[in-house]
Design a protein around this ligand. Structure first.
Ligand SMILES: NC(=O)c1ccc[n+]([C@@H]2O[C@H](COP(=O)([O-])OP(=O)(O)OC[C@H]3O[C@@H](n4cnc5c(N)ncnc54)[C@H](OP(=O)(O)O)[C@@H]3O)[C@@H](O)[C@H]2O)c1
Length: 270
């Protein structure tokens, strides 16, 4: 029996959000979660929230039933060998949220018998509105996959893929997509300001419209193209805007941005 239910190696934005989400969802108490941060200041702040804390990655790896790897892809090569140096007899269930880092790479350091679930989450999970994609390696059981799915499901919606490569292919559409939406909101807000609308009002109008339009897609049963047609009365205003977006090649721009995003995920995994 391990001392902690959950450990987070690299309790940064995402790692901490997952730890807090697990508590909010009633899956465990803060004291059942061990967080690793390198600086005493961060550890003190997390301890004040009731979490157990450590500065030692190997201690965390050896004492938790499930370990979230919340570190950036670029530092896996530096951190995973520290864990491998002192491998516990029984592996924890490893949950990696890192973009691009493959099972092959992690198994080479932790052992092919180490159960690993890769998850591509996104930051709206901070609000319980996340959208996460999951895939398991050969050593992980269906039950373990369901357990991790329930954890992320408590912080938003989830999809499960069979093929590992889909965790790279999906990144533009959930992990990175909030940045696309923020860029859209910023561009629209600047345009609104140029037309005399105060920035705060513009951000609220546009953001609420994004939420409403997204709900229309989810709840109306209509395709986005049909919903566009419904807003575009012939000879009206919207059609003029849509013509500009189409003329500028919006779909091609989104496709190119997403292709580059995915290519970078494959690069990070090498
Ligand atoms: N941000 C997103 O939108 C998003 C979306 C999907 C997936 N992800 C993935 O989530 C992961 C974390 O991203 P993030 O935005 O949460 O990053 P972050 O806030 O920078 O957190 C990374 C954490 O890694 C820790 N760390 C750095 N170097 C370390 C080392 N040598 N040893 C141990 N810990 C170390 C830092 O710990 P200290 O506190 O000790 O400095 C920090 O808390 C990444 O792999 C990213 O690909 C992010």
């Amino acid at each position: 029996m391990k001392k902690y239910r959950l450990g987070v190696l690299g309790a940064g934005n995402m790692g901490l959000a997952i730890a807090r989400g697990a508590v909010q969802a009633g899956r465990c108490l803060p004291a059942d979660i061990l967080l690793m941060n390198r600086t005493p200041e961060k550890r003190a702040a997390r301890a004040a929230e009731g979490f157990a804390v450590t500065g030692d990655a190997a201690v965390l790896y050896g004492s938790c039933e499930q370990v979230v790897l919340g570190i950036k892809p670029q530092i896996f090569d530096a951190v995973l060998p520290l864990l491998a140096a002192d491998l516990p007899k029984e592996h924890p269930l490893v949950i990696s949220i890192a973009a691009g880092v493959s099972f092959e790479k992690m198994e080479a350091l932790l052992g092919a018998d180490c159960p690993i679930i890769r998850v591509m989450p996104n930051t709206p999970l901070l609000l319980g509105l996340g959208a996460s994609a999951l895939v398991k390696n050969a050593a992980a059981t269906q039950g373990q996959l369901e357990e991790v799915r329930a954890l992320f499901g408590a912080m938003g919606m989830t999809v499960v893929f069979e093929e590992e490569k889909m965790l790279n292919e999906v990144i533009p559409y959930n992990g990175s997509a909030p940045a696309y939406v923020y860029a859209f909101i910023e561009g629209m807000a600047r345009s609104a300001q140029a037309h005399g609308i105060e920035r705060g009002q513009a951000l609220e109008l546009i953001s609420k419209t994004c939420i409403g339009a997204a709900q229309m897609v989810l709840q109306s049963g209509k395709a986005p193209a049909e919903l566009i047609r419904e807003v575009c009365s012939p000879g009206g205003t919207t059609i003029e805007a849509v013509k500009v977006l189409e003329g500028a090649g919006l779909n091609a721009i989104l496709a190119e941005a997403s292709d580059r995003c995915i290519a970078r995920a494959y690069e990070l995994g090498r």
